[in-house]
Design a protein around this ligand. Structure first.
Ligand code: SF4
Ligand code: SF4
Length: 115
């Protein structure tokens, strides 16, 4: 799977197909955020080569294991975190690693405030 420049702004819809351990998950159609990446240097958005013009996976039935959220995560919390990171990354033009760190920093600050 490789990533090409995005044609963002289109409607997204990824269905999560149950496999080993089904977890109910409703994709919120966030323009295929989890199929895109932000380049660390240029801050340009690149899309997976299999993401079509409607932000749908064109190889959905044959998509890699890494794209099958129910294979990667074993709780709703895990999938929700995946979506949060993907959406924050795209909205703030951050890499996924940067978005992950921002979420953890925010959580740490809130925890410290409550102590
Ligand atoms: S789900 Fe499909 S479009 Fe999205 S990253 Fe995987 S292969 Fe690419
Ligand atoms: S990040 Fe979550 S809500 Fe957005 S397209 Fe991917 S699975 Fe759907």
């Amino acid at each position: 799977m490789s990533f090409t420049k995005s044609t963002s702004g289109k409607k997204a819809h990824l269905l999560i197909k149950p496999s080993i351990k089904p977890i109910e998950h409703v994709c919120e159609n966030c323009n295929g955020s989890c199929c895109k990446r932000v380049d660390q240097k240029t801050r340009e958005i690149y899309s997976c080569q299999y993401l079509d013009e409607n932000n749908l996976c064109s190889i959905f039935e044959y998509r890699p294991i890494a794209c099958r959220l129910d294979n990667r995560y074993h709780s709703k919390l895990g999938i929700n975190f995946h979506c949060q990171v993907s959406q924050l990354s795209l909205s703030k033009l951050m890499t996924q690693e940067e978005a992950t760190m921002e979420i953890f920093s925010t959580l740490t600050e809130k925890t410290n405030e409550n102590e």
